[in-house]
Design a protein around this ligand. Structure first.
Ligand SMILES: [Zn+2]
Length: 516
């Protein structure tokens, strides 16, 4: 008898996302993929997804095996579980974390459904997925509750040691300690060695890479001092300038395929599933090759790419161009043959002092709640998290045309405004003045020509005399993208669109607006 099996390892978000440093985030994503591959490589059967050649193994994989009895399936799955568990405990040994601190961390869930031939495959596939979902609601083992102080980083396990960090006063549990210690403890013969051998930048270094490059900051003390406002005076004395406000911000990017579940469920044979896996592999391979992710050429860092999921950390000025490039690769490698799927993206612009785990959570939220739900998928959503004041959002579908400039998409309008802001001085009062337009624009029955006149006036006075009419149309489109309801009433005027564009623009001119 043939069985279709789905196997999953959890928790994922809790393991990866609870990171204080970018390095913890990156390391945990690589550990999870390493553990999944320890299980995936132990499979004695036909791999359905991901494909056997896949470089990055997701936490859930599907395969089929031959077995005479159910008992055989069970023992095969226990063997796979054991391979993962052994790989995990080996990481504990490498970092000298006692096994008893971490041995019940992972939950392994699986479901298996017998099927005779390809005709029964589609039904078996849908059944096995539903079974897994039901099983996950009732985990097989409950983690033993740990007594003592809770780890401040994950908030979940109890503290193991209290002497981490530069000041030797950071408390970490066993699981968080593995993530923190592994890159330095791993030995050359381990397959994770090459992945962790590079020094991993902090979000501060990514945000301030231009400042660091301009003044040639190389010593560790100076790089460290970028993290403390109190040390900015020293930098100012030495270089004549401390980092600008904008240089304190960076971007997180999350992208994932839309309607992937439907696409997967539509497939009727293992080979069709395998075909989709291979397309996704080829997409991921291309994403890895993007120039900015090459450490010699750019300052962006890919945290993970696998299946239809991407997560990366980027300097502001590359953020939307990289999102665009990834979308184009997805169109070329996946959508070309699978036209029912699209890809959505979330970019969160955050201050380098903002707790990383919150920015990570926010990025997932913006992807799910704004790009997918509010904008309706196939969309880009950008959130600016200002240090003071609330969040500002801008979102639209990639293909949405600018209502004030029908020959251009809103995305291209954003690119053009970003360029215009890079080349000219934008006064800080523009955002304020645009906000003042709200009442005028809200007048019942106002015509779009009248709105454009208002924008032209502001653009001429702030962005510059060049291309006033074009830039006014672009800006009006961005600020009013979600503005009118079906009755034609103004419900959402978003002057913050220009603040977001400004943050994404290159600063060529030191005299530019200092954000408040
Ligand atoms: Zn912890």
């Amino acid at each position: 008898m043939r069985y279709l099996v789905v196997f999953s390892i959890t928790p994922v978000q809790a393991f990866i996302g609870r990171a204080r440093k970018l390095r913890d985030f990156y390391v945990s994503s690589k550990i999870l993929s390493y553990l999944a591959s320890a299980g995936f490589n132990a499979v004695n059967g036909k791999k359905v997804y991901p494909s056997a050649q896949s470089k990055s193994i997701p936490n859930k994989f599907v395969f089929s095996i031959e077995a005479d009895k159910e008992e055989q399936v069970k023992s095969e799955l226990e063997r796979i579980e054991q391979s993962i568990q052994n790989a995990w405990l080996e990481l504990a040994d490498i970092t000298n974390v006692p096994r008893c601190r971490v041995n019940d961390y992972w939950n392994y869930s699986w479901a298996a459904v017998p099927y005779k031939d390809e005709k029964e495959y589609k039904q078996a596939h849908s059944k096995v997925q539903k079974l897994l979902a039901a099983i996950k609601l009732k985990p097989r083992k409950i983690r033993k509750s740990q007594t003592g102080k809770k780890c401040p980083l994950c908030g979940e396990n109890s503290v193991w040691r209290e002497d981490f960090g530069a000041n030797k006063d950071e408390k970490l549990c066993g699981v968080c300690a593995i993530k923190r210690l592994l890159p330095e403890k791993i030995t050359k013969n381990h397959q994770l060695y090459s992945i962790f051998s590079d020094k991993y930048p902090s979000v501060t270094e990514i945000a301030m890479h231009r400042y660091i490059g301009k003044y040639g900051l190389i010593n560790e003390y100076e790089i460290e001092s970028l993290q403390e406002e109190t040390k900015y005076n020293e930098l100012k004395n030495k270089y004549g300038k401390s980092p600008s406000n904008k240089e304190k911000y960076y971007a997180l990017l999350a992208m994932d395929g839309d309607k992937m579940g439907d696409l997967v469920n539509k497939k009727t044979t293992p080979d069709e599933h395998l075909g989709l896996s291979q397309k996704l592999d080829s997409f991921n391979g291309e994403v890895e090759k993007i120039d900015c992710f090459d450490k010699r050429k750019g300052n962006a860092k890919l945290i993970y790419t696998g299946g239809d999921d991407i997560f990366a950390v980027l300097p502001l000025e590359n953020a939307i161009s990289i999102a665009k490039e990834i979308r184009e690769l997805y169109m070329k490698k996946v959508v070309k043959d699978e036209p029912t799927t699209t890809i959505s993206a979330a970019i969160v612009i955050a201050h380098h002092k903002e707790p990383l785990r919150e920015v990570i959570q926010d990025t997932h939220r913006v992807l799910d709640k704004i790009a997918k739900e509010k904008a309706g998928r196939d969309a880009l959503a950008i959130r600016l998290k200002k240090r003071s004041g609330g969040d500002r959002d801008l979102f639209f579908q990639w293909k949405a045309t600018n209502p004030f400039k029908p020959d251009e998409t809103l995305f291209d309008s954003l690119l053009k405004i970003k360029e215009a802001l890079s080349e000219s001085a934008l006064t800080s009062s523009l955002i304020y003045r645009l906000a003042q337009l709200k009442d005028a624009i809200g007048v019942q029955g106002i015509k779009s020509e009248q709105i454009l006149k208002l924008f032209e006036y502001e653009v001429a006075h702030s962005i510059g005399e060049e291309n006033v009419k074009e830039n006014a149309k672009r800006l009006a489109g961005l600020c009013l993208a979600q503005a009118f309801n079906q009755q034609g009433e103004l419900k959402e005027f978003n002057p913050e669109a220009v603040a977001i564009a400004h943050f994404l623009a290159n600063d060529n001119d030191d005299k530019k607006m200092e954000d408040k």
